[in-house]
Each structure stands twice: as C-alpha cells, then as structure tokens.
Design a protein around this ligand. Structure first.
Ligand SMILES: [Zn+2]
Length: 237
C-alpha cells in the first residue's frame, strides 16, 4: 500500500515540476537545475548554442557590463547557452556573453567539460552582480565579457573584448605579487598549497586539469602561467 502511495505521489510531483523544467529550458532561466530527462526531451544540442545579443539580454547588460563608453559593437558579441555540472553534480543552466571570435571554442570546451562531469558552481552574467568583478568572483561565478580595465591599471582587460573567461574564480583566485592582493579576497585560502589535496567543491585549475587542457588545445593563454600575476581562473585569446 505504501509503495503504491509513493508511486502515485511521484507521478503527481513529476506532473508538477516537469513543465517548470521545460519552461526553464525554453526560456533559458540561468542557474536553474534540470533533470537528465528534461534535457533529453529538449535535445542536448540545443543546450549548447550561440545567439546574437537580443534586446532582452542587452537591457540586462546596459550600464553594467556594457558601459556607456563601451567601444565593442553589440554585433561583435554572442550570448551562449551552456550546461554545466554544479557542486552537487547536478545539471545547471549556464549563460555567457563572449566575443563572436571565441563562441565556438567556448561551446566545444563547455560541452566536453559537461560530458566529463567537470564541476562549475555557477555561470550567470556578471550583470547579476552589477558587473562588479569582486562580487561575482566571491560568489564563485564564472563569467566572460565585462567592459572594464585590468584591476589596478588603466589598460583595457581582454574581458572588455569578450576574449577572456574566468572559471570557478573563488577556488582559482588571482594573486598580484606586487601588492600581495588576492582576488577575490575570500579566495585567499586557495591562493597557495594548490598541489596539496585541499578539499574543495570544484577542481583547482592546474596543468593536469581538464579545463586547462581544453583551453590550451583551443589556443588560449592561461593566467596561471604568468609570473608577476598568477590568475588561475583566467583564460584568454
Ligand atoms: Zn579574467
């Protein structure tokens, strides 16, 4: 009797949440967790796609990542849908804005990372953090385009062109040796002893890491190989 009741209850629950998942996929509601069944029904290939920047996306970016003085034409940018495995290993909807030049690289890399079960905690537009890099990094949010200068300088960052991406930034922080500053500040415990077996919910990016290998294969430069700055989260082309 109990089994029958549980069975009926699960059917009832499915009928309630399945349309929600389908809606989240159709509208691409970032950071929503979806089931394998829902993805199968929607088609996995449709979950890794590049689109022009729609009016709806552009309105989220204006005055934030796409600042008033932005010199990059909107038509040079793409809005990507990707899936990623979150810290629990569940599938989550990810979004990115990048340069059209690297859109296909990123789609291929994130498909391979997803298929390999590589964990990425969160991937929503940096505009959700008002394009504040420190806040986005502190939340371990992976992001790409942001029209901004290199932290502590007047030089435009590769992020300003949508040609750089930061992955799992909290656990792969940026260390500036001239000042000793770690970005994000709460990433300090992960700035050193990166070969030791620290228990972290997502992998450290190092030269044996899959993420590093895929970006390298696609011709990206890794910030972790720099000397005056170690930017473990950062890949650019
Ligand atoms: Zn970066």
């Amino acid at each position: 009797m109990r089994t029958i009741l549980l069975f009926l209850l699960s059917i009832l629950l499915c009928s309630f949440y399945a349309p929600e998942e389908t809606k989240a996929l159709r509208e691409w509601t970032p950071a929503t967790v979806v089931s394998d069944e829902a993805i199968k029904a929607y088609s996995i290939d449709s979950c890794f796609k590049a689109y022009p920047i729609s009016d709806a996306i552009f309105s989220r970016m204006q005055g934030k990542s796409y600042k008033k003085d932005c010199t990059i034409p909107r038509s040079h940018l793409r809005y990507l849908h990707v899936l990623h495995r979150n810290v629990d290993g569940n599938t989550q909807l990810g979004e990115l804005v990048c340069s059209a030049e690297i859109a296909n690289d990123l789609l291929d890399i994130f498909r391979k990372l997803y298929d390999a079960g590589y964990k990425i905690e969160r991937m929503v537009l940096i505009d959700e953090y008002d394009a504040d890099d420190e806040r986005s990094m502190a939340a371990n949010n992976s992001s790409c385009f942001n029209f901004r200068v290199v932290s502590g300088s007047k030089t435009l960052s590769k992020h300003a062109q949508g040609l750089a991406i930061d992955i799992n930034p909290l656990y792969n922080p940026c260390i500036r040796f001239s000042t000793g500053k770690v970005e994000p500040a709460n990433g300090k415990p992960y700035a050193t002893n990166r070969t030791a077996k620290q228990k972290t919910p997502v992998p450290f990016i190092n030269t044996s890491d899959l993420c590093y290998k895929l970006f390298k294969q696609h011709g990206f430069i890794w910030g972790g190989s720099w000397t005056t700055v170690k930017d473990y989260q950062h890949f650019e082309k």
